[in-house]
Write a new protein. Sequence first.
Length: 128
Amino acid sequence: MKSTGRNPFQVFRDQWAIMSLYERFEQVVALVLSAVIAVIIVVSLFQLIAIVFTLLVLDAFNPLDHKVFQSVFGMIMTLLIAMEFKHSIVRVALRRDSIIQVKTVILIGLIALARKFVILDPEASPAR
C-alpha cells in the first residue's frame, strides 16, 4: 500500500464503503481467523516457554538428546507454521492479496513436511 499520510483506520473505512457484501464477509472472516490464530500462537508460545523453562530447571534439558530435541524443535516448528498461516490471512485482511496465494499454501505445506521429518522417530516401524 502507498503511504498517503492517512490513518490506516480511515483507509479501511474508505475501502469498506466500496466493498460488496461478499467482500465484507471475507474481510470479517479473515479478521476473526487472524484473531483466533493469534490467541492460539500466544497460548502455544507460553506453553513452549513453560516446557523449556521446566526442562532447564529440572536440569533434564539436554539438546543432544534426540527425543528432547525432537520435542522442543517440533513445538517451535508448529509455532512457525501457525505464524506463517496467520501472516497469509493478515495479507488478505489488509487487502494486499485478494485470496490466499498458492505459493503461501505451498510454503506452509513445506514447513509442515519439514516439521514431520524433524520429529520423525527413526526407530518407529512403518504403519501397516
